[in-house]
Design a protein around this ligand. Structure first.
Ligand code: ATP
Ligand SMILES: Cc1cn([C@H]2C[C@H](O)[C@@H](COP(=O)(O)O)O2)c(=O)[nH]c1=O
Length: 210
């Protein structure tokens, strides 16, 4: 299908910290642009000037679990209003590093937020709206931690969490994928980058470009 014919889609990438989303996101953006499509690459928390300020707080300031969940959704509300929805309406594809599945995985799974409170926030902020495709990068937390340690960057508040936290986050992502199998595709992210890239491109092709 040529770029001008394809309806603009919203594609999200998810996974525990260090799963290897970043370079694969760049590859998908390049694939879409090579097809003549206009693409917005963005991230959560963040994606807008206000969202990036909230990101600084979320990644570095200690806070109550429910404050954390509500700030994630506050940043998301702004992101949807100022960027995601206008882009899609204008025919621009949106590729985001994380969206609400991350709140389910990290705040509900990792931290123990009441799932009913998550569902209420999700229904308030984006009723009936979900990504067209979500790729969950799945791998053992010890493999992800080793990758991050090798990178050498100063860890943020989430990256400093222990292995059992990331085991719960991982399990919550897999649970969420079982709840929405048509939207969420689980990718084995413990493999070499080229092999992951080939699978990711095939999934995007099948989902959104035929
Ligand atoms: N398939 C891979 N095999 C080995 N190392 C990888 C692979 N993919 C990425 N890496 C390396 O792992 C580190 C983390 O990768 P990356 O930043 O892409 O992860 P991420 O999912 O975006 O992480 P975060 O959510 O913490 O931002 C980087 O140093 C990257 O070079
Ligand atoms: C959207 C969202 C994010 N998080 C966490 C997950 C990561 O640890 C950080 C974001 O950092 P990244 O390098 O961009 O992956 O925020 C979260 O806990 N809940 C969320 O909804």
């Amino acid at each position: 299908m040529s770029g001008s014919q394809a309806k603009a889609r919203f594609i999200t990438f998810e996974g525990i910290d260090g799963a290897g989303k970043s370079s694969q996101i760049a590859a998908v953006v390049a694939l879409l642009e090579a097809r003549g499509l206009s693409v917005e690459q963005t991230r959560e928390p963040g994606g807008t000037a206000l969202g990036e300020r909230l990101r600084e707080l979320l990644l570095h300031e200690p806070m109550h679990l429910e404050t954390e969940a509500m700030l994630m959704f506050a940043a998301r509300r702004e992101h949807l209003a100022a960027r995601i929805l206008p882009s899609l309406a204008a025919g621009r594809w949106v590729v985001s590093d994380r969206f609400s599945d991350a709140t389910y995985a990290y705040q509900v799974g990792g931290r123990g937020l009441d799932p009913a409170k998550f569902a209420a926030l999700e229904a308030w902020v984006h009723p009936g709206f979900q990504p067209d495709l979500t790729l969950v990068f799945d791998l053992p937390p010890e493999v992800a931690a080793a990758r991050l340690a090798k990178g050498g960057a100063e860890p943020d508040r989430f990256e400093r969490e222990q292995r059992d936290f990331f085991e719960r986050v991982r399990a919550a992502y897999l649970e969420r994928a079982r709840m929405a199998p048509a939207r969420i595709r689980v990718v084995d992210a413990a493999r070499a980058p080229e092999s992951i890239r080939a699978e990711v491109e095939a999934i995007v092709e099948e989902c959104c470009l035929r």
